[in-house]
Design a protein around this ligand. Structure first.
Ligand code: 5RP
Length: 231
C-alpha cells in the first residue's frame, strides 16, 4: 500500500463516523482532501451535511466537488471535525500546521464536540518534535517575536533553528494574513509547558500543538486502518 492508499484508508474509516444532518469541520492537507473526495461522493448520493472548511484551499475543493459549506459564524457549534496531522504521540497530542492552516484548524476543532484525526502510521511518534513546530505570528514585530520564542525555548531546554516559512520567492502568508515560523526543536518532551509559554508571547497568534483536542485517531498502515484512543 502506498502513502496515498493509506490516507484513503484512514479517510474511509473516518467517513463511517459521519451521520446525516451533521455539522462538520473539514480539515486541511492531503489526507483531509482524500476525506473530502469520499464525502463528496456520499453527498452526491444524498447524504445531508454542512461543512465548515479550515482553509481557503479546503473550501475551494469542497465547492468544486459539491460539498455544502457554511462559515463558522453561521455554524458556530459543530458535531465533528475530521482533520489530518503532521505528528501525533500516544496521548494524541498533535503537531499541526504543515499546510499552514493551524489557526483555523484549531478554532474549528475547539468548536467541535469531537475531533477525529486521520493519518498514516508514519505520523505516530514516541516524542513530538521531529516535525518542525509551526508557530503562526503577526508580521508586526517579527524579529522581536522570534527572539521571545528563542528565549522561551531556552527556558524549557529546547534549541534548534527557527525558520520563517517561505513560498517560493515570497514569505508564506496564512489565510489570516500572518507569517509562520517553523521551529526545529527535535524533541518536545513537555508540550503543555511549551504551549503555555508560546501563548504568553504577544506576537504569537497560535501554535501547532493541539492538546486535548483529538477524541481519537484513525491510523492507517499497510494492513489497514485502526483506531487509536489517547492513553
Ligand atoms: C495543515 C495541517 C495538516 O493536517 C497536516 O499538515 C497534515 O497534512 P497531510 O495530510 O498532507 O500530511 O495541519 O495545516
Amino acid at each position: 500500500m502506498d502513502a496515498r492508499e493509506m490516507k484513503v484508508k484512514a479517510a474511509e474509516a473516518a467517513l463511517q463516523h459521519v451521520e446525516d444532518g451533521m455539522r462538520l469541520g473539514i480539515g486541511t492537507g492531503s489526507t483531509a482532501e482524500e476525506f473530502v473526495r469520499l464525502l463528496a461522493e456520499k453527498v452526491a448520493e444524498g447524504l445531508k451535511v454542512e461543512g465548515v472548511p479550515t482553509s481557503e484551499r479546503t473550501a475551494r475543493l469542497c465547492l468544486e466537488l459539491g460539498v455544502p459549506l457554511k462559515s463558522l459564524d453561521e455554524l458556530p457549534e459543530l458535531d465533528l471535525t475530521i482533520d489530518g496531522a503532521d505528528e501525533m504521540d500516544a496521548a494524541l497530542t498533535l503537531i499541526k500546521g504543515g499546510g499552514g492552516a493551524l489557526l483555523r484548524e484549531k478554532i474549528v476543532a475547539a468548536a467541535s464536540a469531537r475531533m477525529i484525526v486521520i493519518a498514516d502510521e508514519t505520523k505516530l511518534v514516541e516524542t513530538l518534535g521531529r516535525f518542525p513546530l509551526p508557530i503562526e505570528v503577526n508580521p508586526f514585530g517579527l524579529a522581536a517575536t522570534r527572539i521571545a520564542i528563542e528565549k522561551c525555548a531556552e527556558r524549557l531546554g529546547l534549541a534548534g533553528e527557527i525558520r520563517l516559512r517561505r513560498a517560493g520567492e515570497s514569505v508564506f502568508t496564512t489565510d489570516g494574513g500572518h507569517f509562520i515560523l517553523d521551529a526545529s526543536f527535535g524533541r518536545i518532551p513537555d508540550a503543555e509547558a511549551l504551549s503555555t509559554q508560546l501563548n504568553s508571547i504577544p506576537g504569537v497568534v497560535e501554535h501547532g500543538l493541539f492538546i486535548n483536542l483529538a477524541s481519537f485517531a484513525i491510523i492507517a498502515g499497510p494492513s489497514g486502518a485502526r483506531t487509536l484512543k489517547a492513553n
